[in-house]
Design a protein around this ligand. Structure first.
Ligand SMILES: Cc1cc2nc3c(=O)[nH]c(=O)nc-3n(C[C@H](O)[C@H](O)[C@H](O)COP(=O)(O)O)c2cc1C
Length: 163
């Protein structure tokens, strides 16, 4: 059994849904996972776990500020394993050209995961998996794109396969 602690900073509920789904999948596979919103959580006093998962919404291509601040304060022993997921607004066609951005163009704009990785790797933590979940961009709250549960399942598999 793997003991997992997940910390997320969901604002509109999409990341919270992903977290709950991951918890359900882990539970179904016999693993213990606790979900926390970072509001009120203590980054310097995190419960012991085999692995940590962090989930962040995106603001202007980067992690939401509350998550950046939380991650900076995280205090875990070097070598600790983590996985990370970001929620992003779905890609939309360019206003002028009508063309969809390429994968490469999107990656240039999407720094949520790389920014958090940089800080966590600087603390000696070891990443085992990451995943992006897209949210429709048509409304403020948005909605997770169809197939998100399958993606959560795959993400759980790659986290667990890290040994
Ligand atoms: C002010 C603001 C700026 C945003 N900027 C971006 C962005 O640059 N890139 C992106 O992919 N999503 C952006 N989003 C969409 C958020 O990523 C999306 O609302 C969030 O991931 C949904 O997660 P949540 O429901 O868990 O809060 C932005 C949202 C807001 C409100």
């Amino acid at each position: 059994m793997v003991g997992i602690e997940l910390y997320h900073a969901s604002k509109f509920g999409n990341g919270a849904k992903v977290a709950e789904e991951l918890r359900r999948v882990m539970d179904a596979r016999g693993h213990q996972m606790n979900v926390h919103h970072i509001d009120g959580a203590k980054p310097r006093e995190m419960p012991r776990a085999d692995l940590y998962i962090f989930g962040s919404p995106t603001r202007f291509g980067r992690p939401i500020g509350s998550m950046r601040r939380f991650i900076k304060k995280v205090s875990l022993p070097p070598g600790t394993k983590y996985a990370i997921f970001a929620t992003h607004a779905d890609a939309v066609p360019d206003k002028k050209t009508g063309k969809m951005p390429t994968e490469e163009e999107l990656n240039r704009l999407r720094k949520t995961i790389p920014n958090l990785d940089e800080v966590l790797k600087g603390k000696g933590l070891v990443k085992v998996a990451d995943e992006v979940f897209n949210v429709s961009a048509d409304a403020m709250k948005g909605q997770l794109k169809e197939g998100w549960q399958g993606k959560a399942e795959e993400f759980a598999t790659s986290i667990l396969s890290s040994g």
